[in-house]
Ligand binder design. Sequence first.
Ligand code: ADP
Length: 493
Amino acid sequence: MSDGSGLLLDRSPDAARVSLGLVGGAPADADGDYLRVSDPATDEPVGWVPYGGAAQARAAVDAASAAAGPWRAATPDVRANLLRKLSAAMLDRTDALARVLTREQGKPLAEARGEIAYAASFLDWSAEEGRRVTGEYLEASGANRRIVVMRQPLGVIAAITPWNFPAAMITRKLAPALAVGNTAVLKPAEQAPLTAMAIAALATEVGFPPGVINVITGDADAIGRAWLGDARVRKLSFTGSTEVGRLLVERASTHLTRLSLELGGHAPLLVFDDADLDVAVRATLSAKFRNAGQTCVCPNRVYVHASVHDAFMDRVQAGIDRLVVGYGLDAGVHIGPLIDDAALDKVRVHLDDAREHGAIVRTGGRLGAPRAGLSPRFCTPTLLDAVTASMQVAREETFGPVLAVQTFETEAEAIALANSLPYGLAAYAFTRGLARALRVSEALDFGMVGMNETTVSTAQAAFGGTKLSGWGREGGKWGLEEFLEVKSVTFGV
Ligand code: ADP
């Protein structure tokens, strides 16, 4: 049966393929319905998870609260050791985890393997950085006073994650939160929760105490409400749509729960006339088409200087024509399926709108199964020319393998176009000019800028956006700060 939102709910799942999640070190309570997780490329069931709600959300917070005191009291070294063990266990099981990830999410197996390594890197990095949390000692303006500034864990934190990076979005939140002494309740996305379940199982296996990591699945709205309605939850870290982010902001007003919000992006990519075109083309192709274009930092709006437009387009098209669309578990595939029917519909609507308003499809633009036995949820990598600012592809995140190209004449125009939308996650620019690179970096109103580079997310860097792309940063020392309270203690001496 379906709950009306496209979710497949079953009363009697295949018991051998049920993942229950984790609450207080035990399988999560599983009364009621189960959510079927389907392979987006084949529609076959990959597994089932409980469809929990407010009761499960409360039970998870109970468990995390009970574990919070001892976990906070454990030394940073103890916490670091466990985080490193979890990272090692994930790397040991890369193949098994990557297969689960590909089956539930669709990305090619090589990319899924890369994501497991990337996800593990947050655990290692936070393990080390968690040992370097320091305070401060200050002299006060009064002679007989001294001030000590302490940085302490918040307590219980919640995380709600999306489906496009089912492993990395979990560890990017969990690792810094745990490293500095918080315990966590977590809800992965309904489309791809099984990788998170597998990571939670590994955490138990390597010895994380019960209740430090709790993972539940189910009704997102009910779980989110329950967590933001519970004063014990001191922070919610969310990655997802701007629309849901706004809802969470409203609901966080009850207890003034702190929020980190990594929301939608609509990344511009500028190619100046002095760019190294080979570098620009290579970087554009890899950033745009990984994960079938379903990445919040992937370039969505490409602005090319009119004088290099033809050369850029020819090279990009040649690169696109080498990309293979297919099932993520098949060898040699670069582009897998879109996650669900809604994602396919959005791509279709954007392509139709672009064609209708005069865009030229240089290559791609075909929707449907690439071979027998696969679902129709595929789109060939697409290059759109003669795009204009009013087309949907130029205004909204397409979240599909569509590269939409416009031209510009001057640097000022390129910057104005890049900054013209209310999103501010990532932006990219390609130029050989040092002064221009600095000028453009300063002028782009985005949380992240890739200058002659499109890989902007690593464990050391600060990941996050401005404007409608959200608040807060993940990764680096900034990622840990998000999970610490600053306490000022004044001593009379
Ligand atoms: P996307 O469009 O990428 O699926 P969403 O914002 O819908 O982005 O989903 C991101 C995460 O937010 C998922 O885990 C989803 O279950 C969760 N989510 C969706 N709606 C709500 C809600 N009303 N309250 C809390 N979480 C939600």
